[in-house]
Design a protein around this ligand. Structure first.
Ligand SMILES: [Zn+2]
Ligand SMILES: [Zn+2]
Length: 459
């Protein structure tokens, strides 16, 4: 039924004519003030099931269309907002309507999650963007002048309130994900709007260069052919570092040990990230790493400095990894459909540690290689949907993962089922409460027994 609704929602196509809006109209709007925003109460929103605060100002604005009917008056638009919220909360299992704001062709701005809550509209970008949707299908027509003016005025107001950086980047949804959103004609239209840029020219956060951490020169190098299809995540299994001096020293130690003890050309990883929130350049994007046999020529290896077998890395370091992957993606060093693996998925190792591995399973791009998602695992993820972990990453992605997992479940292998479930038991020893919600007791006991009997398969 949910699937049917989803399909139907995506089959609504309308077509009329085209308009075009220019810089002039934008300029005219620069003089206006914040638009009146129809509050959640005004459109009779249901309360959100949860929320994650958004760190502002964010660098991106992502524009969407709903791919549903247009609306030209308050009553219809408010009803449409309720319909979208229902679909996102019930159909997709998200906390709330996915967008931060929506705009109708009645020229009104409708509050979705607002400026201060992370949205669910664009994986990899939810934590760094304000998502604005225009209600309607704009594949074969451009939204009317009133609604475009309302978007301009909303963006201007968002800049004034310092919720988005003044040098923000505007993307259409299709620039950051494989989708036709916001529709062909609206997408053509926004390319003339201020701050719209091609994805390739997106910016990267500061990376501590080799010179900055006093790297020794590499003994040799092999050029990496990009874009590569994989990102492989590691931990160093050594000490954590929380400031520049300690992290830079850790980098030098890693390099020494890799060059001298292991006889490699250079530090093995392409990049490392410290809990000081900084990204440290290892071999960089253009040199083959030495971090995961069979995958070095086809991956970017990222290490998180520390041992994450019994604890999670801090938020700063996780968002640094997030921004690094994002930036790697934007620089087209990664294929658009890239896969994120933990080291243990490609070698016989515990790297990147149980906690970090459990965390990264919820990151966009992560897939279970061959190990299909078992029903216990799906239950676990379903429960995780309510947890902090998932909120930090991406509701939309988890839902996608769940759907993917269910679709694949018809042909999973027993070995992998045992692997995933035994992993689940191992990783839940410190968080049994999470597991207990997803599994009945007898099942837990059986899995615990399996977990002690079964060792990780090598891939
Ligand atoms: Zn979209
Ligand atoms: Zn590793």
């Amino acid at each position: 039924m949910k699937l049917l609704r989803f399909v139907l929602a995506n089959l609504l196509f309308l077509s009329v004519n085209c308009l075009s809006f220019t810089q002039q109209e934008w300029m005219a709007n620069e003089l206006g003030s914040c638009p009146t925003i129809v509050s959640r109460a005004d459109w009779h929103a249901k309360p959100p099931k949860g929320r994650t605060p958004l760190n502002t100002p964010v660098p991106y604005i992502i524009l969407h269309h709903t791919d549903w009917d247009e609306c030209f008056d308050f009553d219809t638009c408010a009803a449409m907002m309720r319909k979208i919220q229902d679909f996102h909360q019930q159909g997709r299992g998200w906390d709330d309507i996915g967008y931060n704001f929506c705009v109708g062709e009645d020229g009104r701005v409708y509050e979705g999650r607002g400026w201060d809550t992370v949205g669910a509209h664009a994986p990899w970008y939810n934590f760094h963007s304000i998502g604005i949707c225009m209600m309607g299908n704009f594949d074969k027509k451009v939204p009317n002048r009133e609604s475009i003016n309302a978007v301009f005025s909303l963006i201007k107001c968002t800049v004034e309130k310092a919720k988005v950086m003044s040098n923000y980047t505007l993307y259409g949804h299709r620039q950051v994900r494989d989708t036709t959103c916001p529709g062909d004609d609206l997408f053509a239209e926004i390319q003339s709007w201020p701050h719209w840029i091609k994805r390739e020219s997106g910016s990267c956060s500061t990376i501590v260069s080799r010179a900055d951490w006093h790297a020794k020169p590499p003994k040799g190098r092999t050029p990496l052919k990009t874009p590569v299809p994989y990102v492989i995540l590691h931990h160093t299994e050594g000490n954590e570092c929380f400031d520049f001096d300690t992290c830079a020293a850790t980098m030098r130690n890693l390099q020494n040990s890799h060059q001298q003890e292991r006889g490699w050309d250079d530090i093995g990883y392409n990049f490392c990230v410290g809990e000081d929130g900084r990204i440290y350049e290892g071999r960089g994007w253009d040199t083959v790493g030495a971090h995961a046999p069979w995958y070095n020529l086809r991956s970017i290896g990222i290490c998180m400095m520390g041992n994450f077998s019994k604890k999670y890395p801090n938020e700063e370091s996780i968002s640094a990894v997030y921004s690094l992957i994002n930036c790697t993606f934007q620089r087209t060093k990664l294929m658009t459909n890239f896969t994120l693996y933990g080291h243990q998925q490609v070698s016989d190792t515990n790297c990147p540690g149980d906690y970090l591995f459990a965390d990264m399973m919820l990151w966009p791009g992560w897939v279970s290689n061959g190990c299909m998602l078992s029903s216990a695992w799906l239950n676990f993820l379903t429960h995780q949907k309510r947890s902090k972990l998932n909120n930090r990453w991406d509701q939309e992605h988890t839902t996608h993962l769940l759907r993917k997992g269910r679709a694949r479940n018809s042909h999973f292998s027993l070995q992998n089922k045992v692997y995933v479930e035994s992993y689940l038991v191992r990783s839940s020893t410190s968080s049994g409460h999470r597991l207990s919600q997803g599994l009945s007791l007898w099942r837990y006991a059986v899995l615990a027994w399996l977990g002690t009997r079964y060792t990780l398969p090598t891939y």
